[in-house]
Design a protein around this ligand. Structure first.
Ligand SMILES: Cc1cc2nc3c(=O)[nH]c(=O)nc-3n(C[C@H](O)[C@H](O)[C@H](O)COP(=O)(O)O)c2cc1C
Length: 393
């Protein structure tokens, strides 16, 4: 049964029936047994474990920084500090108690095939429903020849996919990094090597900021920092572009993430072709209970549009993402203002049109006027208008 009690959100991912398309992404909120249990109890249809490796890591402190008014994260956290032996016990217990929730084991081996194969086999034997190959973490691990260093090279990405595919029978999802020039190229290499699905994006390699009082980079570890991973609201447009490019490159199921904080964000990923969506920063910032807003919001949206199943909207907008040269450049448009909706005194459109547009908008005695002759149809005024009072005709 779905969290909202209806079947409208039910879907499938890699042969697994899900109550809804929402998964907790690999990260702090899938760190251990009890946290994953709480995620399931809250209504998440699946969880991707914190990435498991053969040699547990040791983290620095602090390793997290929050920015963009509480809506984005930068982290320099490594992968799981818990051994595969313990993870095997946890996975067995979780699958026994929550057989209908999808449990995806995220794994990361080294440059030796045996490490990837062993991890994959151990997690499959423990009962994981699928594997997610982390070849995409942008900090710490690349210095050891792992993480995004693998995911930035199509040959190495394909090699790792092939190693794991040959070792296990459960579905293999490959998680890609956005820190590449052509993500479609990497997706195609993984698909050729047998990947069952693609997920992404992992975090965007970034520098968190500078503490202007202490003159230290952030997050500051005794005065020093390193390039970290950017997630949350700030990365959503990058993530949407990456997932759209992957969808154009390969015909595989997609699990999209990167900046999903609201049901509207999730719906956008679904509309460009993601059958499931994952949330990491969103859970860090708003807790597991975020699933209520995501599931209820998406369900209401589908009901309003008289759509019977979320599966029906997967990829609906995909074909509308085209090359620039395919856009209609012939038809000239200009802005018109709805004087009833216009707030008159805010003058944001006047300011922006004067200083970044074509000086087409003026305001005289509280009346906003747009010169059809001067307007070039750039759309800046309607983008900035807080009252939705301007349209292009
Ligand atoms: C603190 C933190 C730890 C993370 N750890 C992992 C990890 O162990 N394995 C992994 O594949 N991705 C990891 N990620 C990346 C997320 O799974 C996700 O790909 C990324 O944050 C983008 O999604 P978001 O915008 O919802 O955060 C981590 C992200 C954060 C913020």
């Amino acid at each position: 049964m779905s969290i909202t009690g209806s079947k409208i959100l039910e879907t499938n991912f890699c042969g697994f029936k899900l109550a809804n398309p929402f998964l907790v992404a690999s990260g702090p909120s899938s760190r251990d047994l009890n946290m994953i249990k709480r995620a399931f109890e809250s209504g998440w249809a699946g969880v991707v474990t914190k990435t498991i490796s053969l040699t547990p890591t040791r983290d620095v402190s602090p390793r997290l920084h929050i920015l963009n008014y509480g809506h984005s994260t930068i982290n320099i956290e490594l992968i799981s500090s818990v051994s595969p032996r313990v993870w095997i016990k946890w996975i067995k217990e979780l699958k026994k108690n929550y057989p209908r929730r999808m449990l995806i084991a995220s794994i990361m081996g080294s440059d030796r095939a045996v490490t990837w194969k062993k991890l994959g086999q151990l997690m499959a034997e423990a009962g994981a429903d699928a594997l997610e190959l982390n070849i995409s973490c942008p900090h710490g691990l690349p210095e050891k020849g792992m993480g995004s260093l693998v995911g930035q090279d199509p040959d190495r990405a394909a090699e790792v996919t092939d190693w794991v595919k040959r070792a296990v029978k459960i579905p293999v999802i490959v998680k890609l990094t956005p820190n590449v020039t052509d993500i479609g190229l990497i997706a195609r290499a993984c698909a050729r090597a047998g990947a069952d699905a693609i997920s992404g994006i992992n975090t965007v390699k970034s520098l968190g900021g500078i503490d202007l009082k202490r003159l230290e980079p952030l997050p500051s570890v005794d005065g020093y920092s390193t390039f970290g991973g950017y997630g949350g609201a700030g990365v959503k447009p990058i993530a949407l572009r990456c997932l759209a490019e992957i969808g154009q490159a390969v015909p595989l199921p997609l699990s999209g993430m990167g900046g999903i904080l609201t049901w509207q964000d999730a719906a956008e990923f679904i509309l460009i072709g993601c059958g499931t969506v994952q949330v990491c920063s969103g859970v860090m910032l708003f807790g597991y209970q975020l699933i209520n807003d995501l599931a209820n919001g998406l369900e209401q949206y589908l009901l309003r549009r008289k759509v019977k199943s979320v599966k029906k909207i997967v990829g609906l907008v995909k074909s509308k993402i085209v090359k620039f040269s395919q856009l209609n450049a012939k038809q000239k448009k200009y802005a018109v203002v709805n004087t009833v909706r216009c707030l008159t005194e805010c003058r944001l459109c006047v300011m922006t049109c004067q200083d970044a547009g074509f000086q087409a908008i003026t305001s005289v005695r509280g009346q906003t006027n747009i010169s059809k002759k001067k307007c070039d149809g750039c759309g800046l005024c309607l983008a900035i208008c807080p009252a939705d009072a301007i349209t292009l005709v």
